[in-house]
Design a protein around this ligand. Structure first.
Ligand SMILES: CC(C)(COP(=O)(O)OP(=O)(O)OC[C@H]1O[C@@H](n2cnc3c(N)ncnc32)[C@H](O)[C@@H]1OP(=O)(O)O)[C@@H](O)C(=O)NCCC(=O)NCCS
Length: 155
């Protein structure tokens, strides 16, 4: 497989992408934000792909999905990204930057004025990536949640 960002295509996700998106998401611990929350499942991804307020895009080489991004249009001028990931084998060759440009262009076309997201504060934080994309750092935040079924995750 050609590991060159020029052979990577970015497009809007379709329901058939669901299993590969889920597989990609398991390559990172970035979505594990508490003992109650270890990421998302098939139902979540299916909902996003079919939700008119969501934007879900994938980065592909041939038929292989090597990254994806998801976020939601919170209001006409405000987009919030919730997931943004390139699988480890394809990181650091410019695919994340290419995928972000595509996402930004979609947002611009829709008249969105502000894109925001949360970056996990960890040793290998992706903050530097976002700064490279032109982002500025906002407030430090603490994740709070009320898990209604009180089920903890096993991780
Ligand atoms: C963060 C992530 C999306 C970056 O994707 P990528 O394809 O590796 O990034 P690119 O190769 O397009 O890098 C673009 C630029 O950002 C820089 N960069 C990438 N990751 C970085 C990081 N973690 N810290 C600092 N700079 C980083 C690159 O050096 C590059 O700089 P350059 O333009 O000067 O060469 C990817 O590493 C990833 O999916 N990580 C795991 C999940 C994650 O943390 N997602 C973000 C959730 S908020």
């Amino acid at each position: 497989m050609n590991k060159n960002k020029n052979s990577v295509k970015i497009r809007t996700a379709i329901p058939e992408d669901l299993p590969q998106i889920l597989k990609c998401s398991k390559t990172s611990d970035r979505f594990v934000v508490s003992e109650y929350s270890n990421g998302f499942d098939e139902d979540d991804i299916r909902f996003w792909i079919t939700d008119s307020r969501a934007i879900v895009i994938v980065a592909t080489i041939d038929t292989k999905i090597i990254g994806f991004a998801y976020g939601v249009i919170v209001s006409p001028k405000w987009f919030f990204f919730d997931a943004f990931l390139i699988i480890p084998e394809f990181q650091n060759i410019g695919v994340g930057g290419k995928m972000y440009k595509y996402l930004r262009d979609i947002c611009k076309e829709k008249g969105i004025k502000l894109i925001q997201g949360l970056v996990k504060n960890s040793k290998n934080s992706a903050l530097g990536f976002w700064i490279k994309q032109g982002y500025t750092k906002g407030s430090d935040l603490i994740w709070v949640e009320d898990r209604l079924d009180k089920n903890k995750c096993n991780n």
